[in-house]
Design a protein around this ligand. Sequence first.
Ligand code: IPD
Ligand code: CA
Ligand code: CA
Length: 261
Amino acid sequence: MENRDYLGFAEEMARGAGEILLGNYGGQQSIRYKGETNLVTEVDRRSEEYIMGRIRSAYPDHGILSEESSEVRSATPYRWIVDPLDGTTNYAHGYPCFCVSIALEMGGKLLAGAVFDPILGEMYTAAAGEGARRNGEPISVSSTEMLRRSLLATGFAYDVNTAEDDNLACFREFVFTGQAIRRDGSAALDLCYLACGRFDGFWELSLKPWDTAAGVLILVEAGGVATRLDGSGYNVHHPDILASNGKIHEQMLSVIRRVKR
Ligand code: IPD
Ligand code: CA
Ligand code: CA
């Protein structure tokens, strides 16, 4: 099986799950709280059920790590990493910024990733070594070279009230050193927007593998860079990420270093 065949399957599932999200969008949501501000809707579960069902019937021996279920372990090195609805808070408020994110890894290496925004009808995809695309057209990161001219994005974790670092110090510093900052509420879309040049830089302190797996592959295949906040190597199991078009990476790192000193 080629990476692009897996990608085709991931894309099909992301589109199918996106239809489920759209079908219920804007209506009354049935919501359950996992924490004080961390919610899950009935639609997160329906989207997840659909995706897991499809994976189970196509690849019964593959593992699945999906946000709202316990991990399905596997004797094979293949594992699907799924966020059935990234941007749940937006979704529940009728704010049109959310997506489905699906990636496949083999022994920790990302092979394929699909992120679908059903509102704009934008499908972001990448297969390892084959570049990144939006709706089938190649995409690449921006050519912005100066932090001062850069549109940045970030997010705040659900544990912002109790976290040792609430991200406000970095946020404050980037307000003064970047051009502007957006906080859109979907880390997977933030990474795709970075991959296609809408954003120039992105950082977050406390993410999960399902938030970043597909988006990071899409970003890297689009020519972008992802590290941890201290500049060391990033993988999807690290909570913190600094991602950029590559050209402003050092400038962002030095701002973060200054803040954390
Ligand atoms: C959240 C979004 C948000 C990020 C949070 C994530 P969810 O995912 O990606 O942008 O700031 O840290 O948890 O809960 O909407 O799937
Ligand atoms: Ca998420
Ligand atoms: Ca989610």
